[in-house]
Ligand binder design. Structure first.
Ligand code: 5AD
Ligand code: SF4
Length: 455
């Protein structure tokens, strides 16, 4: 089912001139994109963004609940807003995002922080202008959460942070039920956007001058399931590859169990698909992988990696790893270290296992004590980082192609951008190169970035 969002939202909006908004976003790129949508809605209502929450007329917290840490940050930040609301009676505070889709949490937030005006979830993000109008006109307090439906709202205005690189969500939700993960609970079941809608969005982005697209989904490999058209993820990639003006295509996240030969062939055939693969492994122990419900073994994972490495030159591989899953023994953990050494990741997101309510892992015996988790985590970080530094070292004197994003944040005499395989490069170059792909000679590889000179 589709819905004409633009028509509905403009009918509902009261124009707010000279008013400022501030959005704080926690979590993944999906949340970032949702915040860009909220931004788009606020701008079409006449608001402008500001960088300091103390200046704002409306503050939105877009929350994440994948790990406990993210939730604690939300509570800490909400506590700080109490004083601000006392000083500024007209300040509107809204809280949304994944955390609000969890059982009991919206009610808890509403009770604990009575100064919060609007609480809504991920499935009713598009109704935000309506909620805001109800607060402005009737001084209502709103708590509205919806559970997932088959509906995909198309046509929402997105105020993107970059004018060069854009995220495009191709599917929502996840059907995988990894035993540690709350995402299927809070984002709902998988549903894919029609390829026509995705391609039209990308064509429009190309017209606006965007050069790089990252296709987003919790498990992009199962894109297309449930759609009437004859499509899957590799076929979609081939269509995106044809869009004139787009020069680089990235995607995340892939699930190793669904990572197919057809996808490897597509990456090989399509010149715009970057030589970068984010393939979360989570653990190197087959026992733990089974308990996580991941549906692959360490050996199968390594086999897929070796295959793709042999077919795609300069491929950078990144991953997610969880340390301290319930029942993880020292031997299990050493299997993870062994896998890391075999795969040689270009970088990895490493997480301490975090207990999440209503997940299967939460109920498992043998939860790992914090001190052991931390000790293993530190060893993993050391191993991963030393491999990353070694890999980067191999770039010395190499010439790489960089899409120039702008002036470096840390040194304004330098430009910054990324290589085709995703490495961050800070380099001396011509400021007119911003927005273009240029050749850069690497003069000084560092552990997490490369330095060089435009040639
Ligand atoms: N504890 C720690 N890390 C988690 N992730 C998901 N759920 C948890 C959890 N309960 C990590 C996984 C996933 C990434 C997005 O977050 O590694 O790939
Ligand atoms: Fe969570 Fe697993 Fe789905 Fe990723 S694939 S979102 S880790 S359930």
């Amino acid at each position: 089912m589709r819905d004409n969002f633009k028509e509905r939202s403009t009918k509902l909006s009261i124009l707010q001139k000279n008013k400022l908004y501030f959005i704080e976003t926690w979590g993944c790129q999906m949340n970032e994109e949702d915040s860009e949508k909220l931004s788009g809605m606020l701008i079409s209502m006449g608001y402008s963004s500001c960088d300091n929450r103390n200046d704002a007329d409306i503050i939105i917290f877009n929350t994440c609940c994948v790990r406990e840490n993210a939730e604690l940050k939300v509570h800490g930040n909400l506590g700080q807003l109490k004083g601000l609301k006392k000083q500024k009676k007209d300040l509107i505070i809204a809280v949304c995002g994944c955390m609000m889709q969890q059982k009991g949490i919206p009610e808890e937030i509403s009770k604990k922080y009575p100064f919060v005006d609007i609480i809504f979830g991920t499935h009713n993000l598009h109704k935000f202008p309506e909620y805001l109008n109800r607060v402005l006109m009737n001084d209502e307090r709103i708590l509205e959460i919806e559970s997932g439906s088959d509906e995909i709202i198309e046509g929402m205005t997105i105020d993107r942070k970059s004018s060069l690189k854009a995220f495009v969500t191709i599917m929502y939700g996840c059907d995988n039920f990894c035993t540690y993960c709350v995402v299927p609970q809070v984002r709902g079941r998988e549903k894919s956007r029609k390829s026509e809608d995705i391609i039209n969005e990308i064509k429009n982005l190309a017209k606006e001058g965007y050069k790089e697209i990252t296709l987003l989904g919790q498990n992009v490999n199962s894109y297309g399931k449930g759609l009437e058209e004859d499509i899957n993820f590799p076929k979609l990639l081939r269509k995106v590859n044809e869009v004139e003006g787009i020069e680089r295509i990235r995607y995340m996240t892939s699930h190793p169990k669904d990572f197919s030969d057809e996808l490897i062939d597509t990456m090989k055939d399509c010149n715009k698909i970057c030589n970068q693969l984010h393939l979360p492994v989570q653990s190197g122990s087959n026992r733990v992988l089974k308990a996580m419900n991941r549906h692959y073994t360490k050996e199968e994972y390594i086999e897929k990696i070796n295959k793709i490495k042999s077919l795609i030159p300069d491929l950078a591989i990144t991953t997610d790893i969880i340390v301290g899953f319930p029942g993880e023994t020292e031997e299990d953990f050493e299997e993870t270290l062994d896998l890391v050494k075999k795969v040689r990741y270009d970088s990895a997101f490493m997480f301490l296992y975090s207990n999440r309510k209503y997940t299967r892992a939460d109920m498992m015996p043998n939860q790992i004590p914090d001190d052991i988790k931390h000790e293993r985590f530190n060893r993993l970080v050391e191993t991963v980082n030393s491999i990353c530094a070694e890999i980067n070292q191999e770039y010395e004197n190499k010439i790489v192609e960089v899409l120039v994003e702008g002036v470096s944040k840390t040194d304004d005499t330098k430009l910054t951008g990324r290589t085709n395989n995703g490495k961050l490069v800070n380099f001396k170059g011509n400021k007119n190169s911003v927005g273009k792909i240029v050749k850069v000679k690497i003069t000084k590889p560092k552990s997490f970035s490369l330095e060089g000179e435009e040639i």
